[in-house]
Structure formats: C-alpha cells, structure tokens
Design a protein around this ligand. Structure first.
Ligand code: BGC
Ligand code: NOJ
Length: 827
C-alpha cells in the first residue's frame, strides 16, 4: 500500500494522506540554517548545531509521535470553527490533503469546507531564516471572514538544557515586540549575541508570546486564543516564549490571498548588541532589512526560484538514464539529496536522532564524503580539514566532534580503532574527484592544539600507523572500543544497567582483534600508497629531494604492510567458507562456524571483498556465496546469523538488541553496498544490482505499510528475518547507507568511477540491461556517456569522441573541450 507517489518531473514526493505510518520528513536548508519538517508541519529549526543553537522547541517521542512544529490555524469567523491546514495539530478530516516534499522545500496544502490553504516552507540560499508562504483561496460562493493564527514555540537555545533545567529556564525567557515582529532574546542580556525573530507580511490584529496564555488548557489541538478568535497580546516573562500572530482576512469568492511568515536567526557583533548602546534593547538595525526583504512576496518567490536552480545545478552534476526507474529516481534525485543531508547533519538531527545526543561522527562524516564530494567539493574540503584537526597525535581520533566549536567531543572520547582509516578513504575520494592535491599540504593541527600543525598528508600517515602500533596476538588490528560496528564491544564487559557501551571504561584490550579493521587497513593502505607516490611526483610538486624515489620506497613500504595484513587475514581471518569477524578478549572466535550464534557476519564478507582481499584465491567468491546463502533475505542482507538470542557479556551491545533489530541481525543497510561492490568486483552485475534493488526505498514504495519509513530515502535499518516485523524500516535519513549506496550504484554498478587519471568507465550492470546513458560533470568537463551491451561480460571497449582508447579511463581533454562523448561497449 502507498501513501503517495513520486513526481519525478518536479523532483518531489507527493504524500496524499496525512496519517503516514511515521512522520515522513524533509530537510529545509542546506548551508547553515536548517529545519526538519514532517508531512504535517511538525519539526524544528536550528542554526548550525541542533543542540547548541536550537531556534524552536520540539518534544521527541511525543504522543502522537509528531507534535509541535510550524503551525498555522485557520478560523472561520462566521462559524467560529477552526482547523489546521497541515492536519496536525487539530487533525480535522480534511477534504483534500497533499504534502509535496521537494529539494529543500515542502509544500503542504489542503482544503476544508471550501477554503484551500497551501504553505510553502523553505530556507532561501545564503540566509539564516525560513520562509513560510501561505496562500489561501476561497472556493466558496460567498466572501469568507478568516482569522489566521501562526504558532511556533521558541527553544531557549541549548536544546539539552532546554528540556531539563526548568528551575532556571522558567525564569529567563524574554521577548521584544516591535513593528509587529516578535524577537526572541532569551540570554541575550548576558553572553549570547544572537536572537531569533518571527515576522509576518500582513497587518496583524494581535500577537501572543506567552505559550500558556495562547494555549490555555486546550493544548496545541485546541488553543484558547484560537477558539476565542482573538490574541491576548501576551508578553512572555519567563516560562515558555512563543510567537503567534493573528491576521484577519476577508477573501472574496474565488479569490486568493498570500501571507509570508519569516522565522530567522540573527547575530550582532558584541559591541553592537544594544540600541541604544546603554539600553537592554536588541539592536535590530541589521536584522530589519532582511526581514523587510522577505516580507515581500516577490522577493520570496525569487528566493524560491534561486533555490530550485541551485538544486538543479547540484543534481545535474550526475544524471543517469537506466532501464530501471528506481535507479534513475534515486541517483538523479533522492539519493543525492539524502547525501547532502547526511553531509550536513552527519547523524545529529532527524526524527530519530534528537540533535542533542551526537555531534558529527568522525567515521560517519568521512564516509559521507563518498556520496557528497562531487556536489560541493569546497565544502568537502573544509570538512576534511575540520575532521583532521580533531585527530589525536597518536593517529587515533575523537569519535565525534561538535559542529559549532569544531572540537572533539570529550564525553564520547576515542579508541574506536577503525576511525582513523576513514580519513584516508575520505581524502582519497576528494583527491580523485577534484585533483586538488594542495589539500595534502594544508597545515592541520592535532586535537586542535595550536603549534601542532602538520600537513594533512602526515595525518594520513599517522592514521595508518595507528593500526600498526596496535596489532594483537594474531597480527590483526586490535579492536579497541569497537570498529565500524559500534555494538561489537569486545573489551567492555558491561554488567551495569544503563551504562553506555560506547563510553564506559574498557579493559586494556590487548587481545580482541577485528578482521574488519584488517580489511579496512588493506583498502586504506593501498590508497595511501597511491597518494604517496602521486603526491611526490607531482609537477610542480612539493619541494623534496629526489621525491619520486623516496616516495616510491615509502609507498612500497605501505604496500608491504598491506600484503602482510592480507596474509594474516588469509591465515587467521578465514573460517573455511567465509571471513571471520573478530577475536574476543579470550582469543575466541567471533563469526565462525564454531560459534553457537553469530556464526557469520556481513561486515567482513563485504569489506574484505570490496578491499580486494581474497579476489585471486577464491576466498572472496566463497565469502560472497556464503553471504547469499546465510544472510540474504528478500528485504536485504542481515548483519549476522544466527542472531544472538541472549545477552553476552563479552560481546556487548550487539547482543543487547532483540533478534532481528539493529546490529543484532537487523538489515543494517549501511553495509549492504559493501557486498554490492564486492559482487561488482567479482564481475557479477546481476548479484550486485539485485542487492541494490532489495533495499532501494523507491522499489519498496509499494510495501509502504510494511516498510513504514519514507519511500524516498534510505533508513539505517530494516528489521531482519528474526524479527516479528521483518521488512519494517527504522531510523530514516541520517545513515551511512546514503553515501554507500550512491557510491555503489554510480561508481561500481554503473561504473562511472573517479580516478586520479580521469573518469573511469567500468560498468558491471545486469545482464538483461541493453545499456544506459549518463552525464557526469567531472573537473569542469561534462562527460556524456553511453554504455551498450554487445556481449554478456564486463569487458569495456571505450571510444572518446570517436577515438578508441587503450583502457577504460577517459583522459581529461587536452584541448580545453568542455563536452566529451564517451561510448562504452560491453562484451
Ligand atoms: C546503536 C548504533 C550506534 C551507537 C552509537 C548504538 O546504540 O545501535 O547503531 O552507532 O549506538 O550511537
Ligand atoms: C551508526 C553509527 O553512526 C555508525 O558509525 C556505525 O558504523 C553504525 N551505527 C554501526 O554500528
């Protein structure tokens, strides 16, 4: 069963009934000001950091689930009836309802008793504000007298403190009202230099800023002020500041009228905070012109048009036309769009990540680059340097950092021994996309400590060395707190309820080893060797003596370590039919046929084959076969089998989940693409694409009542076959799944792969496909690609503007051409 449909032309998903199984959401903003908006206008907004600069309040895990947001009430002043055009919070049965989630905007429209209301929510480019453009149309036969009430609830900035520290917070809320604009200035009198504002384009009949005066005992569903039809003009003194305006409109039969609401964030410099300077009154001089600009409908329309064009230009960098509609739609629109969200938010703010729990993950953000770097390379560059600056001198990394302060998060700490390698992976992706080798010479500190700056390249070296300094009894990497699988806590031994598996004091950990990190080490090591070699031989290159020869030596040293690690994996990381997962603190095997539960894990099957381990000796093929046999389900590949049926002290959080959920044998979508890439590396296009399709959200649209999450974005998890709800997705939007699927389909299945020497064309597509077309902008040149199948294999014969190539890499045009025609014949 479906709850809407894709409008591919407009690049929108159209939700046709408000009672979706879960809030189906969208993100507003793509630079610094962000909002989360559900299909019933629920959600909140923040500036840069969802914890530290939260503009509006949101109560997670509410009943119903999604309550609180950007609300508008319409009131028919003749009948005294009122309703919400976004369905929530009054939940009147609307005669028509439609929510169009688009790229950076959402339009929620409905009709009730002949009154149509449509609100377009978006964040203009380069502004720290959101615009709500409300259009009301009277389809009745006579004039209607309406009251419109807007309503948002302010958060007192730090969302964590806001939801806990009531003894203080109930006394600090402050607002100002001037020229019908409501300014939220809590804590502005002391250390904050920022305030929020809520404005409206129409003449207002009244306002409210004290939440409980506005709501009374009616709550959001039945606010007293709306029922009465008249604002109380309340001025918040502590308690809960909010913003509501009352606008009265008479609309003739058949006529439409528009109102613009603006919610914004504004900063003043420290010495310009007050106006007059000796007063406590907010200086609004620089805020007012911005507000004035967007109160104008025409300007709001222009800003919306600019936003559309921005997204067109971002998405046009890579467009494909394959025989599969779900592939096209995800690659061309939604998966790319989701990659922007994961890049911006990491795992911090969604309807499942509260915005206060986590900053930006080190491994997460590095992996997110795989799906983002081609869209806005300059922002990828900045992110890489920020991440590297939180690296520790040991080469290890803080697991997370706060986007506002750009500092490593001490509460979470480090010692997740896979973390540092992802920096190498992220940087390699950046270099291949941009060819910008200068990034490697950027001076970057360790742990943000002034004076500790070293070239980024050195950070990569330390990342690699980090593992070499931490090898276990078998010569495999020690796992530390955990590896990619945050829940495989082999040194934790937690027996105290409520203790965090990720942060509690661990054993010293000199025994437990990770075969996954070993695979990752091989991949990262090969990238580092290649980077080392090319960096030194650059022309014009960094000033070194006989750079090529010494770099060659260094690179070969890295490759020797990789070869050694591969050998160790073959010796101690192979279980006969598949790759082992780990050794526990007792030296016992994890993910082996000898185990009672958790005999086979996906991570090592996927990552080792992706990294090219065991390709020549048949191990990779066997591992993929075992994956298909033991782990693949119709809804995707589960993380391990058999699921853990009870809690194991020596395994940690993985065994804390009921079977089939999350890391305990859930379909953890993030690692499914590793297997897809492994299949592609083995030349099995059918297998790779089959796995791709099983978790492709668009391909699952028809089973929305089972899947439950949005059909336009990936979710972190789909319940595995051991769960009673097998096939049900959870934790949509913020997941490494977005970047990895994008990377798997574009670079490995369609095979449009970035490389140092140019764009490589190496499709491993399904046998049944006759071909596909694509256009890809790469380093300033547009490559128009046509792949055609002439035989059943994956051998590529490449012609570039008619000339036959020696290999499958398209060299950058030497004559300044900006358009290149590429034909790939597969046989
Ligand atoms: C989740 C993981 C997550 C970790 C860190 C665990 O509870 O299951 O998926 O990575 O917490 O936030
Ligand atoms: C979610 C985390 O954000 C990610 O870093 C981790 O790899 C997965 N969970 C698996 O545990």
């Amino acid at each position: 069963m479906k709850y809407g449909y894709f409008d591919d032309q407009k690049r929108e998903y159209v939700i046709t009934r408000p009672d979706t199984p879960l809030p189906w959401i969208n993100y507003l903003g793509c630079q610094a000001y962000f909002g989360i908006i559900s299909n019933t206008a629920g959600g909140y907004s923040f500036y840069r950091d969802a914890r530290l600069r939260r503009l509006t309040r949101y109560r997670y895990n509410n009943v119903p689930f999604d309550l609180g947001g950007r609300y508008i009430y319409l009131r028919d002043n003749d009948s005294n009836q009122f309703w919400s055009p976004s369905w929530q919070p009054t939940r009147h049965k609307l005669e028509k309802y439609e929510c169009r989630h688009g790229l950076g905007y959402s339009i929620i429209g409905s009709e009730y008793k002949g009154i149509e209301a449509r609100t377009r929510y978006f964040v203009p480019l380069d502004e720290n504000l959101e615009v709500w453009q409300l259009t009301i149309t009277n389809h009745r036969k006579q004039v209607v007298a309406l009251s419109i009430f807007s309503a948002i609830e302010f958060c007192l900035w730090d969302a964590q403190d806001d939801s806990t520290n009531f003894q203080r917070n109930f006394s600090i809320g402050e607002v100002e009202i001037e020229d019908e604009v409501i300014y939220h200035k809590t804590e502005y009198r002391e250390r904050r230099d920022h305030f929020a504002y809520f404005a409206c384009s129409a003449k207002t009949a009244g306002f409210d800023t004290q939440r409980d005066t506005f709501l009374g005992y009616g709550g959001w569903t039945n606010p007293e002020v709306v029922g009465r039809g008249e604002s109380a003009n309340s001025v918040a003194q502590g308690w809960a500041p909010m913003a509501s305006q009352h606008v009265k409109l008479n609309i003739n039969a058949g006529e439409s009228q528009q109102i613009v609401f603006i919610l914004g964030y504004h900063e003043n410099s420290k010495d310009q905070k007050f106006d007059p300077p000796e007063s406590q009154t907010v200086n609004k001089k620089t805020a007012k012109p911005v507000i004035a600009k967007y109160r104008d409908h025409g300007n709001a329309d222009i800003a919306f048009e600019n936003l559309r064009q921005y997204w067109d230009s971002v998405l046009n960098i890579c467009q494909v036309n394959t025989p599969d509609i779900h592939t096209n739609r995800m690659v061309n629109i939604w998966n790319a769009y989701q990659c922007m969200a994961t890049f911006n938010m990491s795992r911090s703010a969604s309807f499942y990540e509260s915005g206060i729990g986590r900053g930006l993950g080190f491994r997460d953000s590095n992996q997110d680059l795989l799906g983002f770097v081609h869209m806005v390379p300059s922002r990828a560059r900045e992110r890489i340097l920020d991440l590297a600056a939180t690296q520790l001198p040991t080469g290890g990394a803080y697991h997370q950092y706060q986007p506002l302060t750009k500092r490593g998060n001490n509460d979470v700490g480090g010692n997740f021994n896979d973390d540092p390698h992802w920096l190498i992976i992220g940087v390699a992706a950046y270099l291949k996309e941009t060819g910008d080798w200068s990034i490697l010479e950027e001076a970057v500190p360790y742990d943000n400590a002034p004076g500790s700056e070293q070239p980024l390249y050195e950070h990569l070296q330390r990342s690699f060395k980090y593992t070499l300094d931490r090898l276990g009894p078998h010569g495999l990497p020690l796992i530390g707190r955990a590896d990619w699988n945050d829940c495989l806590n082999l040194n934790c031994f937690s027996d105290t309820p409520g203790q965090s598996f990720q942060t509690t004091t661990n054993k010293e950990g000199k025994v437990a080893e990770s075969v996954f990190i070993a695979g990752l080490f091989c991949l990262a090591g090969r990238e580092l060797a290649e980077i080392t070699r090319r960096r030194a031989c650059l022309d014009p290159g960094p000033k070194m003596q006989s750079p090529c020869a010494s770099a060659e030596k260094l690179a070969n040293g890295y490759l020797a370590e990789v070869a050694k690690m591969e050998e160790t994996i073959r010796k101690h990381g192979w279980d006969g039919e598949w790759f082992l997962r780990a050794y526990d603190d007792f030296g016992g095997k994890v993910g082996s046929k000898e185990c009672e539960e958790g005999k086979i894990f996906i991570e090592t099957q996927g990552f080792c084959t992706l990294a090219g381990v065991g390709l020549e000796n048949g191990m990779a093929a066997k591992a993929l076969g075992s994956t298909r046999k033991h782990l693949a389900t119709e809804h995707g590949i589960v993380l391990q089998q058999p699921a853990y049926s009870k809690y194991y002290l020596h395994l940690g959080e993985i065994s804390s989940y009921p079977p089939g959920y999350k890391e305990n044998a859930g379909i953890f979508c993030h690692n499914n693409p590793w297997v897809m890439i492994g299949e592609a590396r083995m030349g099995n296009g059918d297998g790779a694409f089959d796995y791709y399709s099983r978790i492709n959200p668009s391909a699952r649209e028809e089973i929305s009542d089972l899947h439950r999450c949005e059909p336009y974005v990936y979710a972190q998890m789909i319940a595995g076959r051991d769960a009673p709800t097998h096939g049900e997705a959870k934790n949509s939007w913020l997941t490494g799944t977005a970047a990895w699927n994008y990377y798997a389909i574009t670079q490995w299945i369609l095979g449009i792969r970035t490389s140092y020497d140019g764009l490589q064309i190496a499709p491993v597509m399904p046998k049944s496909w006759r071909g596909f077309k694509a256009s890809r902008k790469f380093r300033g040149v547009t490559y128009n690609i046509e792949a055609e199948r002439a035989g059943a294999g994956n051998k590529v014969a490449l012609t570039v503007d008619g000339a036959l190539m020696q290999d499958n890499i398209v060299p950058p045009p030497s004559d300044g051409r900006k358009q290149v025609m590429v034909r790939a014949i597969l046989s």
